[in-house]
Design a protein around this ligand. Structure first.
Ligand SMILES: *Cc1c(COP(=O)(O)O)cnc(C)c1O
Length: 389
């Protein structure tokens, strides 16, 4: 195996020129805004191509570059950019690839701030988005318009866990000259490789599994060097949404333990799901690697793992019973986000006004669970007590 592709090499060595910083094991945080030049000619070169060297930390920064090299290698991509958060990565990638009059095809219920970008911002510039059920290629074909220039994917989606047939969508997009972006936050590049499957741009929030400790935000966008450079030269520098050196350093630290955390979380979620599936108060457990999942075969084909995030419903769930269950948990904390050390729960009904809650709508009943790094028995005991409260 090529050493460059060995995950242990990527995480522990790639991008780290330790002889340049006293052979320190941990990389330095190069906390500087600007970089000095001795020669006018060198400064001229930096102005001409800011991606060619260090000029100003809104562009490139050496600490951030260590992270970029590792993340690009994990994605199997030529290059990547690290953003201050995942939403910023989505925004830059979409904006750089659409123009007035274009049409976007997006999976239905994408990440909230992707949807807000499409509906509240791009629409003002005459860019229209069609939301589709992305589970079948025929739905992409049916949504195609002459102006379609961009396809937005999220597989699995973080609430309904719906998947898209990635290879088929990528081939369809290539044949029609459409750029594809996939939000790969659920799997991370350890468990799914969109670029290898033909996707142009792979995005993930690094706030979740990469950081892993709920103490920083970050976002990653990977793709060909040409596409990444174009985004760097325009949206990345203009919006100024790149990651700061200290946050990049935290993400490098998070990466060191990423494989073992994902493995631990995968095992825990399996145990917790097995418990929930046999509990009389649970109606549904929605998880891509559960045999009853409608797209189980596709999940097994395109994902090498499924981790800590899944959705459940209670039998005869009402606003009251869902609220009581969530509030009875002592160790699962009620909070947004996921991917950290701590287990979390969030009920869909928290984003629905009490009078609008409709028990006949399955999506109103969703309760999203994330299992962190705690002992499985500890978590199961907490769920059991809350279900029986
Ligand atoms: C959290 C999240 C994002 C956004 O990432 P931030 O770092 O919070 O901006 C994007 N996609 C998915 C699926 C997420 O869960």
């Amino acid at each position: 195996m090529n050493e460059q592709l060995d995950i242990s090499y990527i995480i522990n060595e790639l991008g780290e020129d330790r002889e340049h910083y006293f052979n320190a094991i941990a990389p330095p945080i190069i906390q500087t805004s600007n970089f000095a030049f001795r020669k006018v000619e060198d400064l001229r070169k930096a102005f001409e191509d800011e991606m060619g060297g260090y000029l100003y930390s809104r562009g490139l920064n050496p600490t951030v570059d260590i992270l970029r090299k590792k993340l690009a290698a994990l994605d199997g991509a030529e290059d990547c950019l690290a953003f201050n958060n995942g939403a910023a990565a989505i925004f830059a990638a979409v904006l750089a690839n659409v123009k007035s009059g274009d049409h976007i095809i997006s999976v239905r219920n994408p990440y909230t701030w992707a949807q807000r970008t499409f509906d509240d911002i791009l629409q003002r510039f005459g860019i229209i988005t069609t939301y589709i059920d992305g589970s079948e290629i025929k739905n992409f074909e049916a949504a195609l318009q002459p102006a379609t220039s961009f396809i937005y994917l999220e597989s699995p989606n973080s609430w309904t866990l719906e998947l898209q047939p990635i290879k088929e969508v990528a081939a369809f997009a290539r044949a029609n000259n459409i750029i594809t972006l996939m939000d790969n936050s659920y799997c991370t590049p350890l468990y799914q490789k969109p670029i290898e499957m033909g996707i142009d741009l792979s995005m993930q929030t690094a706030t979740k599994y990469i950081g892993g400790h709920s103490d920083t935000l970050g976002g990653v966008l990977s793709g060909s060097h040409q596409m990444i450079k174009r985004i760097f030269d325009t949206e990345y520098l203009a919006v100024g949404s790149g990651i700061q050196p200290f946050n990049a350093w935290l993400l490098i630290r998070g990466l060191r333990t990423l494989p073992m955390r994902l493995e631990r979380i995968s095992n825990t979620s399996r145990e917790v799901i097995n418990f929930l599936k046999t509990h009389p108060r649970i109606d549904k457990v929605i998880f891509p690697f559960d045999e009853g999942f409608p797209q189980y075969a596709l999940a097994k084909e395109q994902m090498s793992g499924a981790c800590g995030l899944f959705t459940i419903t209670l039998k005869n769930g009402t606003m009251e019973s869902i609220t009581k269950f969530c509030e009875s948990l002592k160790h699962f904390m009620m909070a947004v986000s996921w991917g950290g050390h701590e287990s979390l729960i969030i009920p869909k009904c928290a984003s629905i006004q009490p009078n609008d809650f409709d028990a006949t709508k399955i999506e109103h009943q969703y309760i999203r669970i994330y299992t962190g790094l705690e002992d499985p028995e500890y978590l199961i005991r907490d769920l059991k007590n809350a279900l029986e409260a």
